[in-house]
Design a protein around this ligand. Structure first.
Ligand code: ATP
Length: 212
């Protein structure tokens, strides 16, 4: 069965926390491909600092050529808020039911899952891959404890419905921290790819005058 990973996010900007996790998930789960999916207008969050086109461009610059990592811009094609469940439905329609889908979430995102639109349907469409995230010491909601007990698996082999908790190289990098550094005139170099940093500088992103 073909195995496709999905990592959604605002990527404002994309950084090595996303990229290194993506590579390690690909290898640990032996994925055929992993798609980074920038979100258009995240339902849970304020407006991002960069435009959708700029965030997409930064992901493209970060990924460069080749490799198993790709960008999927389907959420940017929509005009209304992009709910993850709808993105998974659209991917299922495109890829069919014979493909195993692995939706990758950091621990912080996983803990917020019960507030997502139709969140209980997510496991009918994909497996969930939960990554540890340093500096996010969040308590998991009761309902997710039950879900973890019922659905966790070390040997994911189904097209959907399982939860896989992975440990990867812990990188305490966040986009918020990068925006704060740039906004205060400090360098975020080596927290994200040079090509992305060059783009941020050329476009004048995240400077104090920019609304965050
Ligand atoms: P912000 O600081 O703006 O909230 P972020 O750094 O959390 O941004 P997102 O684009 O919101 O980045 O993250 C997309 C996904 O990647 C989420 O599931 C998040 O938990 C995960 N993620 C982000 N950074 C890391 C990291 N350093 N390690 C593991 N997972 C991460």
């Amino acid at each position: 069965m073909r195995r496709v990973g999905l990592l959604g996010g605002t990527f404002d900007p994309v950084h090595f926390g996303h990229l290194r996790s993506a590579v390690e998930v690909c290898e640990q789960l032996q994925l055929d491909e992993l798609r980074l999916i920038p979100s258009a207008r995240p339902p849970h969050r304020g407006m991002p600092g960069a435009t959708a086109a700029q965030r997409l461009r930064m992901v493209e610059l970060a990924l460069g050529q080749g490799g198993g990592l790709q960008v999927d811009d389907r959420e940017l094609q929509r005009e209304r808020p992009s709910y993850t469940v709808e993105t998974l439905e659209s991917l299922r329609q495109e890829l069919g039911s014979d493909v195993a889908l692995f939706m990758v979430l950091g621990w912080d995102a996983f803990c917020g899952l019960p507030s997502w639109h139709r969140w209980e349907s997510l496991l009918e469409l994909a497996n969930l891959v939960v990554l540890q995230r340093p500096d996010y010491d969040l308590e998991v909601p009761e309902v997710l404890k039950d879900l973890l007990a019922a659905r966790s698996s070390d040997q994911p082999e189904r097209s959907h419905g399982q939860i896989i908790c992975l440990s990867q190289t812990p990188l305490a990098i966040s986009a918020t921290h990068i925006r704060t550094l740039v906004g205060s005139g400090a360098s975020p170099r080596f927290l994200l790819p040079d090509a992305v940093l060059d783009y941020i500088e050329n476009e004048g992103l995240y400077r104090p005058s920019t609304k965050d």
